[in-house]
Design a protein around this ligand. Sequence first.
Ligand code: LIP
Length: 265
Amino acid sequence: MDKKITPDGIAARTLAAVGIARAAGELQRRYFSDRASIGTTFKGPQDYLTVADGAVEKLVVGHLKSAFPTDDVLGEETGGSRDPRALWVIDPIDGTANFANGIAHFCISIAFVAEGREEIGVIYDPMRDEMFLARRGFGATCNGRPMKVVTNGDLARSQVELGWSSRRTVQSYTDIVTKAVNAGASFRRAGSGALGIAYVADGRCDGYAELHINAWDCLAGLLMVREAGGRTNDFLGAGGLGDGAAVQAAGPAIYDALSKVTGIA
Ligand code: LIP
């Protein structure tokens, strides 16, 4: 089946994704305000799952399939297609550990991939009411304000976020932390890759790197960083849509120096 999406089709999907992300954020906020309703379990070591993850993903997928029935969908919790011709990639709650523990640093992340390229990225933080948005070729915004990466950075004076998960060894993580600090950088790990990468796009953080991350955590933010003048690794080219891959996003001035720390090209 021909799935080619026209520019008007991308525009319509962009508008719809923003509205759906806002509705998803409202549902997140309702669960977050009633902690007894969250129902936390674990998918693996330090890999949280809550009742809210499933409910939010069901809401988002329902709206997308209703509006765009021929598009494919890949969700963190319910899985789905990996066909990159016309594919929505969704993380219903990115920052689930924070969400489950009452820390207000989480978001909904929605990306749309067409013909193997990220075309739309939407990340909504309902607790700060911040809508991060990018459409390929049209720039990136936060609540309508244009976003720009840090362009004059220096790794020795930078703040970088180094994501962590049990999907890679502790040693591999502590190695890059040690190298980053020895290079003069300050590092953080806030538990939401999507928000961490969106903050790079908005110049709040100089760079983000993680040795393994899933597509639903990062695709929306990677488009935002590129549209905001930053550099990213070729996550999709590294097979990231399948089983995830390493990710790096940073301003142009520190990207290569950060690659020497992380080993991510
Ligand atoms: C999270 C990612 C983060 C990673 C966490 C976790 P989740 O996604 O955004 O980058 O370091 O371990 O995977 O599980 O909150 O959707």
